[in-house]
Design a protein around this ligand. Structure first.
Ligand code: ASP
Length: 588
């Protein structure tokens, strides 16, 4: 059989009368008495092949044995299809190939599903036979899109003088705060490598090396409970630059994201992106990853309602909490009692004890709580939220964190419920000036909000001893329609500051030395000011593809239980391997 001359998605009327060789999979076979029709598939499309006993008896006979999914090669002449058989949906729909030769390259057992059609197949079966699943148009498109994203990324960064550098997979525990995946070292019994949670320290060290601009499409590993849409191994677009401030990083990233949108989807997006300080984001939207495609901002009413008889508010304020509200515009008619109950449930999921509300009607306020307020207070309250007839005001009264979380989610749910989100809009916003540390109640110590290598704001440096919880970090996240797609920071580049940071995190001197001695060492050997960022490639591709889960944009993803149903990994190892690795394991 001759080499492939065309793909299955290529032939058109321009090829009429050419003799061609096609390779592919039998998608469907239709036996029409004398003639046998085969739709031959490859990733480029489908071509109709006709086997006619009068053209080649042998090929025709062999075609009888073909089943779906057989891998075959055919050779034949391109003809025009009879007019009534033209399929205008296919690029190859006006031609067919009359086969003169047919070769079966590999027969196939009956597949559990073909992958081509939109069959109702459970995800477990699809993951077990992922190679079939990946044939679906959707997954093929997603993987192409993913490649387009990395290709554009490489082009943009290449133009901007970056060097792509690989960093080790077998390394030391890194500090992103998740559990490590560990690899025992055979040659160093009782010692373990950790798979990188990110290339963070290596990329910083590359800056000390003078590499100036580094990037990597980097695999990262975090052994977390896979609630939500996470994967134990995922991919980052990771970059680091020397002698830069936030602005230079933002500009570079904005150009990169704009190029990705343009080249992957043909969409022009506006730059520069909005910048929102963390505290403003929390105050106005209750979230550090706000979706700005709609309003429904939070309004602080603590001072307005202070002194009211309403117990729920009074107790919250007395305990040092706050009272905030959202005016859900023009919703008084559309938000039924049931819808309000549902929103209350959302608030409760995020810690609120309930959700008070007021509906503003033409001549009255409809609400179970207005009786507890004096008229002036109500007037002032309504003025503050810019209330008008037809609006619904919903409240949260509690500690700031609960108020923020519950109202942020009520805001999102209300927007979805009332169809306030323009799905075509693309909103990109930088959130910056995060707190440097947050107090972890469980561990009873401060933890880094980003990671321990993030620099504080210059003007906050003096607060390490006096007021560490007020310190702001030179950290930033990029948020796309309410999803965090990347995060980074300007780093600490001086040893003394890094030591202060470790101290603040309650990392003792010897622990800092044994864990990060190499970094501290490098910081005193000519570390330049530097900063960077990392993006979740899986999440970005998922959002661009409009996919429901990151599993849909990863070729071979793991399940929610961190297993691979196809290879059956992880799997047991035998005693010999355990021994070699000097591992003891209770097999009873
Ligand atoms: N290494 C960080 C992370 O994985 C990103 C960065 O700071 O560049 O979140």
């Amino acid at each position: 059989m001759q080499q492939r001359t065309h793909t299955c998605g290529e032939l058109t009327e321009e090829n009429i009368n050419e003799v061609v060789s096609l390779y592919g999979w039998v998608h469907t076979r239709r036996d029409h008495g004398g003639l046998i029709f085969i739709d031959l598939w490859d990733k480029y499309g489908l071509t109709q092949v006709v086997l006619n006993p009068q053209i080649d008896q042998l090929a025709h006979e062999e075609a009888h044995t073909l089943r779906g999914n057989y891998v075959i090669a055919i050779r034949g002449k391109v003809r025009t299809r009879p007019e009534d058989m033209v399929n205008s949906k296919l690029k190859t729909g006006s031609i067919e190939v009359f086969a003169e030769k047919l070769k079966i390259l590999n027969p196939s057992s009956t597949p559990p599903f073909t992958g081509w059609e939109n069959q109702e197949v459970g995800e477990a079966t699809r993951l077990k036979h992922r190679y079939l699943d990946l044939r679906s148009e959707e997954l093929q498109k997603n993987l192409e899109l993913r490649y387009q994203v990395t290709r554009t990324t490489r082009n943009v960064l290449n133009e901007a003088n970056f060097t792509e550098i690989e960093t080790p997979m077998l390394t030391k525990s890194t500090p992103e705060g998740a559990r490590d995946y560990l690899v025992p070292s055979r040659l160093n019994p009782q010692k373990f490598f950790a798979l990188p949670q990110s290339p963070q320290l290596f990329k910083q060290l590359l800056m000390v090396s003078g590499m100036d601009r580094y990037f990597q499409i980097a695999k990262c590993f975090r052994d977390e409970d896979l609630r939500l849409d996470r994967q134990p191994e995922f991919t980052q677009i990771d970059l680091e630059m020397s002698f830069v401030d936030e602005k230079q990083i933002f500009t570079l990233v904005e150009n990169m994201i704009a190029a990705i949108y343009d080249e992957a989807l043909g969409i022009k997006i506006e730059t520069p992106f909005t910048i929102l300080k963390y505290q403003d984001a929390i105050n106005r939207f209750g979230s550090d990853k706000p979706d700005l495609r709609f309003g429904l901002e939070l309004v602080d009413l603590s001072e307005v309602v202070r002194g009211a008889e309403f117990k729920v508010f009074a107790q919250a304020l007395d305990a040092g909490g706050q009272v905030k509200a959202i005016n859900i515009k023009s919703s008084a008619d559309s938000l039924s009692r049931k819808a309000l109950d549902d929103l209350t449930e959302v608030a409760k999921t995020y810690g609120a004890k309930g959700m008070a509300w007021i509906k503003i009607q033409e001549n009255e306020l409809q609400s179970p709580i207005t009786k507890f307020f004096e008229k002036e207070m109500l007037d002032r309250l309504i003025e503050m939220v810019k209330g008008e007839p037809g609006d619904t005001i919903v409240f949260s009264a509690d500690f700031p964190k609960i108020v923020a979380d519950s109202l942020a989610n009520v805001r999102l749910s209300a927007a979805k419920l009332l169809n306030l989100i323009d799905e075509k809009r693309i909103n990109l916003v930088w959130v910056n000036e995060f707190p440097l540390v947050e107090y972890d109640e469980d561990q009873k110590r401060n933890t880094a909000m980003h990671h321990p290598f993030t620099a504080p704001l210059e003007e906050d440096i003096e607060k390490f001893e006096s007021n560490p919880n007020e310190m702001r970090a030179r950290a930033y996240d990029l948020v796309l329609n309410g999803n965090e797609i990347g995060g980074g920071s300007i780093r600490i580049h001086r040893k003394d500051v890094q030591q202060k940071m470790f101290k603040l995190l309650n990392i003792k001197k010897d622990e800092a030395e044994s864990k990060f001695g190499f970094l501290l060492d490098a910081l005193q050997h000519g570390a330049p000011p530097h900063g960077g960022i990392a993006f979740g490639l899986d999440r970005i591709t998922m959002l661009l593809a409009n996919a429901q889960s990151i599993r849909e944009v990863i070729a071979f993803p793991k399940t929610q239980k961190a297993t691979c149903l196809m290879t059956q990994a992880p799997s047991e190892i035998n005693l010999k391997q355990l021994k070699e690795l000097a591992l003891k394991y209770d097999l009873s």
